[in-house]
Design a protein around this ligand. Sequence first.
Ligand code: EPZ
Length: 420
Amino acid sequence: MKHYKITGGNLLSGEISVHGSKNAALPILAATVINNGKSIIHNCPNLSDVRNMLEILNLLGCRAEFVGRDVIVDSSGFSPKDIPYDIMKQTRSSSLFAGALLARGKRALISGSGGCCIGRRPIDLHLRAFGEMGADIIPTGDGILCVADCLRGSKIILDFPSVGATENIMIAASLTPSTTVIYNAAKEPEIVNLADYLRSVGVIIKGDGTGEIHIKGTCTPKDGEVEVVGDRIVAATYLTAVACSGGSIKIKSIDPGHLSSVIASYRKMGMSIGVDGDEIEVSRQTRLVNLPNIITSPYPGFPTDCQPLIVAAMTTSYGIGIVNERIFENRLGHCERLRRMGANIETTGRCAVVRGVYSLSGADVSSCDLRCGAALVCAALGAKGESVVSNISYIDRGYENLCDSLKILGAKIERIELNE
Ligand code: EPZ
C-alpha cells in the first residue's frame, strides 16, 4: 500500500503549474466515441481515472492513447458492446459513456456507476432525460439498459443542475439533427470545455455555461480537437496548502475566474491573493480567521469538492467556522480524520462546526475519498511533527504527482510503500 509521509512546518514557496482538469477530461473522453474519427485532446491529465476511461475506449474498439501531454483517440473502429460491471465500477464517470453509446450505438447498459462514500450518486436525472429523448429504459439483472433506434430533440428540465446529467444529455444529443434544450443545466467550466470539444466535431451548441443550453446535433461529425482547461480544484488545493502551512506561492495555468468563490472565501479569511491572466499569487503570513457561512452549491457557488479543503484550513484558523455540505449527503468523512490530528470539529447531519486550534499534530490518517485525501495532505503540511496519509490511491485519481508538486514548493513529503 502506498502512503504519503509528511513532516509539517515548512513554509511553502515557488511556483507550480496546474494540470488539466480531471472533471473536464473525463466527459470529453466519453464524447470521443461519437465522431467516428480522430480526436486530439491537449493538456489531458495523466490520472488513474483518465487511464480507466482510455481502457474503456479501447474496449469499445476506439484506439486511445497518450502521446506526450495529449490523448489521441480514433473512434472509427468503434464496435458497440456493453461495458463490463467490474470496469464500470472502477470509475464513477464511466456512466458518462451512456450518452455516447446511446447516440452512436443505440444501446447503453449502465451498471456499477452508483454510490460511493460521499453519497448514493443516483443517475435518475440521466435516465429520465434519455427517456424524454425517446430511449426505452429497461431495468435488467445486469444494470439499466437504455435503447433507442433514433434519439429525438427534446426540451429537458433538470430538477437539479447535475453536472453528469448535463454532460450526458449534451453528448447524447450530439448526433440528433433536431435541437435539444436543457433547462436548469449545470454551469461548471467543465461543461463549457465539453461544449468546446463537441463544437469542434460539428455540433452546434449555445448557452453552455448558463442554465439553458441548446444543442443541435450533426449527422456528419468531423475529427475533433480541444484543450483541457486547468483543474480548478487542484488550484484550490494549492491555495489550501498555503492556508495550512503558510508561505507564498504562484499558481500557473489556471483561469482564476473558475475558482472565484474559493478565492473570495480565502480572502475573507485573511489570505493575500492576487490574480493576473492565468496566474494566482497567494500568501499567508498571519493566522487566518474562520467564516461562519460556507455553504456548498452548484457553480458558481462554493464547490463541494473544495469543502473538505476549506475545513482543513479552518482547523487552525481563529474562531468558529461553519460549513454546510448541500450537494452530497455524506461528504464529511475528513472531519473524523482531522480530529485525529487534534482538530476541534463537531458534525451534525451535513454541517460541520470547526473551532480553530492553534496547531494540529501529525498523525496516521487514511483518506476515504479523493478530496478527503487532499485535505488531509494539506492539514499535515501545517501540523507539528510527522503524518502518514494512507489510501492515497484515491488521491491518484485526481492529482498528477501531488507529492512531487508539493516538494517543488518546499514541502517535506515522501511517497512510501508500507507492507501492511
Ligand atoms: C461531478 O459529479 C464531479 N465529478 C464531482 O467531482 C463533483 O463533486 C460534482 O460534479 C458536483 O460538482 C465529475 O465531474 C467526474 P452531480 P456528478 O450529478 O456529475 C444528485 C471529484 O471529487 N444527482 O452534479 O456525479 C447527486 O446525488 C468529484 O472530482 C441526482 O440526484 O455530480 C448529488 O447529490 C466528486 N440524480 C448532486 O445531484 C442524478 O441523476 C450532484 O451530482 C444525478 C445527480
